[in-house]
Structures are given as C-alpha cells and as structure tokens.
Design a protein around this ligand. Sequence first.
Ligand code: MN
Length: 515
Amino acid sequence: MPDDGRVWIFDTTLRDGEQSPGCSMNFEEKLVLARQLARLGVDVMEAGFPAASQGDFDAVRAIAEQIEGPVICGLARTGDADVDRVIEALRPAARGRLHTFIATSEIHMRDKLRMSREQVLEQVRRAVDRARASGLQVEFSAEDATRSDRDFLVEVYSAAVASGAQVLNVPDTVGYTTPFEYADLIRYLRENVSGSDGVVYSVHCHDDLGLSVANSIAAVLAVARQVECTVNGIGERAGNTALEEVVMALRTRAGYFDGLHTGVQTTEIYPTSRLLSTVIGVQVQPNKAIVGENAFAHEAGIHQHGVLNNALTYEIMTPDSVGRASNELVLGKHSGRHAFADRLRELGYDTEKVDVNEAFRRFKQLADAKKTIYNEDIEALVTDQMLRIESTYRMERIAVVAGTFATPTATVEISVDGEVRKTAALGTGPVDAIFKAIEELTGTKAQLLRYQVNAVTSGIDAQGEVSVTLEEEGVRTIGQGADTDILVASANAYIHALNKLEQRRSSGVSSLRGI
Ligand code: MN
C-alpha cells in the first residue's frame, strides 16, 4: 500500500463517544451529527454497535442509507450474531466497514471472556472470515492490546490478516500506555505480524492519564496511518483522543510532521464541536484546546498588544482556520425566509428534514426579542426544534411568579400524547416550581441529577441554553432547551429529558460496551 502520509481520521463519536455517561444520543440526534461529521470530512464514521440495541441498529442502518462521503463502520464482537447484525445494518452503505474485536490481555481472557488463547484465535479467524465473505472492508481490534502479551498479539493480528482484515487497530482500551512505549509496540507489530505490508495500522487511545493525543501522534510518527478519535474527546471514562487536537497538531506543525496530513475540513471543527455540545448537553471546559471558550482569548495586556500588532506573536493558528469566525452578525429582523433557509444549509442542516417554516417563525420571534442573531443562535433554535419532534410530552404554555416577596409559583400547561393538562405548583424558586408542576402532570419518578444554564452567545439579551439530566431505573438522559427566557428553556429542557426517557424505554437499553 503506497504511503503518501495521509492519516485516516476514524471518528467514533457516535459509538465510543456515545458510550460515555450522559452522552447517549437518539436516532435523530445521531443523524444530525452524522451529517455534520460528513461535512467535517472524516474518512471513516463508526456509526454504532448494531447488536447493542434495536435503536443502535436502526441508527447505523439509517446512516448507511443517508450519509454520503465517509466509509460507514459498524462494531461487532466476534460472534456470528453480532457480525451478521452489522452486515445487515451496513447493506445500504456505498462503502461499509465491519469492525470486529476481541480481548487479548490475560486478565480480559481469563476474567471476562473465560477463553484460552487458542479459543480467542479461533474467534478472530471465524469473525474475520465471515465479515470478509460479505464484501465489506474489515477492521480488527485486539481489545486491551496495550496490556496484552506482545507475541500473542503478533499471533492474533497475523491470524486476522490471513483471514483478510485490512485494518489492524491497536486499542489502548484502558488508557494505560505512554507515547514511546506505544510507538514501539506499533513498530514491533509492523515488523512481526505476517502480511503487515498490506494493511493499515490504526490507533485507539483513551485519556485516563491525559496522554491519548500524545500516544496517538507518537504512533502515527512510528507507522500508524489511522487515528480513532471523537469530537471534543468524548468517550468512556476520561474520554477518547480528541479529533480536533490531532488534526490541528498535524496541520499546525506540518513542517515537523513532514508530509503527514489528514483530509479534515478544519473550518468545520468548531461548528461540529458546538453541535455536539448542544445535542448531548455537555459543554467542553473553557481551557480545552482548539474548541474551548478561551482557546483563542488573549487576556494579558502584553499578549493583547502583540496580537494586535501581529496575530502570530502569540497565535500559532488562527481562529478562522478552525471555523471560529463566530459572533458575526448573520441575520437580522428583516431577513427573509429565503436568506434564512440559505443560512440553514450553510450551517449544515438538511432543509428537507427541518420544518423551515416553523424555524423561520421562531427566528422572527427571536429577532424581536434579541438585537443580533448569531450562527450559534440559529443552531440553538434549530436543534431545539429538531429535538422536539415525535414526542410524548409537549410544552404548551407557562407562567411564573417569582421574586423576593412572592412564593415562587408556576402554572404549566403541557400536552401528553395530544391531551392538554394544566396545573400550578409552588417551589423554593421558579425553576423548582416549574419542575414540580411538570412532575405532577407527567407522574414521572425520574430523579433530577443536574441542572445547568449556559449563555449561547455573549450579551445581556443572549439566549439561555439549559440542560437537565434525569435518571430513572439506571437510565440517564439529558434534555436541552434554548430560549431568551431561561424559565421557558428550563421547562423545555426538562420535558425533552422526559421524552428521551420514554424513547429509551421503547427502543431498548443496552449495557454492551465496545473496545
Ligand atoms: Mn474505546
């Protein structure tokens, strides 16, 4: 295989990212993100783990049907049923990849799989053979590779190649390795696995020691040509390798990395990060590299002075290069429906899937309440609208009394499967009163774990973006709401979280975990 220095970006936001607590996404949310990931230009998109639940299967199938550009990948354990489920889900894909895995460390084989080395090897051959026979590309992962015996790894990967695997992934499943050690392991495999010349080596790192990006890049410098990563670095425990950090490191230090490059459209990085945060309701910390609020802020006077004279005095990359030309006025009160629809398309929304008339009506309302409308406002509004479709509960009207003198009281009207219900409740504050009223109307037993408010943009008239985390019988969901009135946003977010709980109940919940 010719090596032109191209590093494949394998995005697993929708699979490993989605496995992280509170980051689960429903069908519509996955499709919205998948569309944006295609715009971002990822090479491979791991869309899910079809055997994990019917919901996962449906999402992978729909992504395979609708998303053009990236290779669409589905994850499977080595059993026939898992493999067949992926083959079925990927049937509509123009280019599909089956990613199968099995653990190879002594501790995993003994205490989790209860299999001998010979049995594990047999599983690898069987799964890869079966997957190859379907005509899909095949990627094989030795789970917990970094804690596995090297010589056994060589045997396992050699078996996978002999059966036709084209990509060998070397996961640091538990975030245990360090850069030089990891690079050395990949080099060792390259030299010792039979048939290595014809395959792509891939890395999959976790950030338990804060080393996932460093480990991935060290491996790329050695020999790896595919990096598995997620937007904002979301993922199990401390998360996965952050896509934006790997991509911008290779780009910003192109001279040092000597021809290593990715195909990512970097100006889509920030919009993708924002969209993900909005959808899952998990914001990145302000000092997060590339996409954090302060990543390009220059506070110190001497720095500001330098940046004003020449941005490069303290900036190693420009905010524009990652799509952060934000806070520009995009549309005003007098913009027409046509200009609005154009802007939606520019922001990556499929205008056939969004109710443009409804979005435009809400945009006009927002423009009345708020002087300037930014891209972030439109994103918040459309996401808020998309997340509200096909739901059990719907917010109708709300009125709240609060202050230092009155007992906080909320009167709330919602519809439940179309039937309108109304009640009033007292609370310790206005949000508490709203939530008590909704609790009474829906009869929910869900427990409120977290309530969070963020401003979508700067300015006193900014929209508030509220996220509410609920838990019921071990299932956790996050609801979102955005509005210039944070009490309305709070009610919407709470109802959204309840709707997601309902949806999770009907689509089935899985505790299956991948590599
Ligand atoms: Mn993982």
